[in-house]
Design a protein around this ligand. Structure first.
Ligand code: CDP
Length: 274
């Protein structure tokens, strides 16, 4: 693979980004809920080239016991990048960065959960980055909150997240890897849409007060859009499983029987008489 080259500019003279997006345009986002059959809840996100799977187990008995919280469940998020998720092989041992991201994800998700309903238990959230192309902490929060809902963990709301950054002096939403690496900074954020509460806000690089306020407003708008996609993904998953879906299944079965009849019918069709 050819070594990465620093681009001459991140915003073209036409005002477009490296991948042709407008400054306020998100990468294409695809969610799928219930992708792992053995987990209590799971979800997948593809956000541009960033690809992540989240799995939730619990509430269940907590080990090691010394972590037990008497008044609520312990939310244990583990963010990891696969060794093949980046072009330079990522060392398999958990890095400081992975531990830090695990912590900020926990903090971003916890306010959405009614953990007090499950004292002494643990809710495990395992996040695996399959392919990293920037914005993995936010994409991880998007997928993890869907996986928690899929596991039936009582929640105040889903948690959408996005990073807003700055490239060539322009504020841009949902940074790709090159924008993250060569841009002037980024502000990852997550919100609880039900209350407007901000559960993640970090800043890398320097922004003026006005820029920061505008970036947060852009992030808020993007989060609202992501929240709609999350709800749609959850509905799709439940529609598939709902008993009414049985009627759809029956239709399919009928179609199948029709096909069989047709097949059998054809095979048993009497020879046409001249
Ligand atoms: O992914 P996110 O922007 O939330 O976190 P970051 O710490 O700002 O990392 C930015 C990006 O750097 C990641 O998404 C990866 O694409 C890349 N990265 C990498 O290439 N190799 C690593 N060992 C870690 C991150």
């Amino acid at each position: 693979m050819s070594p990465e080259v620093k681009p001459d500019y991140l915003i073209s003279p036409e005002g477009l980004r490296l991948d042709g997006r407008r400054p306020d345009e998100l990468r294409p986002i695809e969610f799928e809920v219930g992708v792992l059959k053995t987990a209590d809840g799971s979800a997948m996100i593809k956000q541009g080239k960033t690809h992540i799977i989240a799995a939730v187990y619990g509430p269940r008995e907590l080990h090691p016991r010394h972590l037990t919280l008497n008044d609520k469940a312990y939310l244990r998020c583990v963010y990891r990048m696969a060794t093949f998720s980046v072009p330079d092989r990522k060392r398999p041992a958990p890095s400081r960065r992975e531990r830090e991201i695990s912590m900020v994800i926990t903090n971003a998700l916890e306010p959405a959960l009614f953990l007090e309903d499950f004292p002494r238990a643990v809710v495990d959230v395992f996040i695996q980055v399959i392919q990293a192309d920037g914005g993995t902490r936010c994409a991880a929060i998007n997928a993890a909150s869907l996986a928690l809902a899929d596991a039936g963990i009582p929640m105040r709301s889903l948690v959408p997240a996005v990073a807003v950054g700055k490239a060539d002096g322009t504020l841009i939403v949902d940074l790709g890897d090159m924008e993250d690496k060569y841009g002037e900074g980024d502000v990852p954020m997550a919100i609880l849409p039900s209350t407007g509460e901000i559960t993640l806000l970090q800043q890398d690089g320097s922004f003026t007060k006005e820029e920061l306020l505008e970036a947060m407003q852009m992030g808020l708008n993007a989060c609202k859009y992501i929240h709609e996609l999350q709800k749609e993904a959850l509905k799709r998953a439940y529609l598939k499983r709902a008993p009414e879906a049985g009627s759809e299944g029956e239709d399919e079965e009928e179609d199948y029987e029709d096909d069989l009849e047709t097949d059998l019918g054809e095979s048993e069709l009497p020879e046409e008489e001249e």
